[in-house]
Write a protein that binds this ligand. Structure first.
Ligand code: FES
Length: 120
């Protein structure tokens, strides 16, 4: 079967959509104050006309729950923390459309160690 050629996505945005029940000791990225951030991101990307080149993906926990709500932009492992609608607008404008990551919203680079080498 022949498949049409499609351009590779320019960006993947992985938005953590993990929600914990009330009363859990560990925070999660989706609660009553943040449950519409995924749709806000989707609408912002649609209004900007970049759906397709930008793939928005719902994910489960990305391991930085204390800093949520968060999302990871690939390529580059850019993890944005403590998101709000205003921050998402700026990330789309400056990083996705402008090519310049918004440094002040990224988790500190000191929070990352070297990747684990899985090659045997
Ligand atoms: S719940 Fe979102 S990073 Fe853990």
């Amino acid at each position: 079967m022949e498949m049409p050629t499609l351009p590779q996505p320019t960006f993947y945005i992985f938005k953590c959509e993990q929600s914990s029940p009330p009363g859990m000791p560990k925070p999660s990225c989706v609660n009553e104050n943040s449950r519409d951030l995924f749709n806000h991101t989707l609408q912002t990307l649609m209004k900007s006309g970049v759906m397709g080149p930008v793939q928005l993906v719902r994910t489960s926990c990305l391991g930085r729950c204390q800093m949520g709500p968060l999302m990871l932009v690939e390529p580059g492992h850019y993890m944005y923390a403590q998101l709000s609608k205003e921050k998402i607008d700026k990330i789309v404008e400056e990083h996705i459309l402008g090519g310049k990551p918004v440094e002040e919203y990224l988790i500190p680079s000191s929070y990352w160690g070297e990747p684990v080498n899985l090659v045997k």
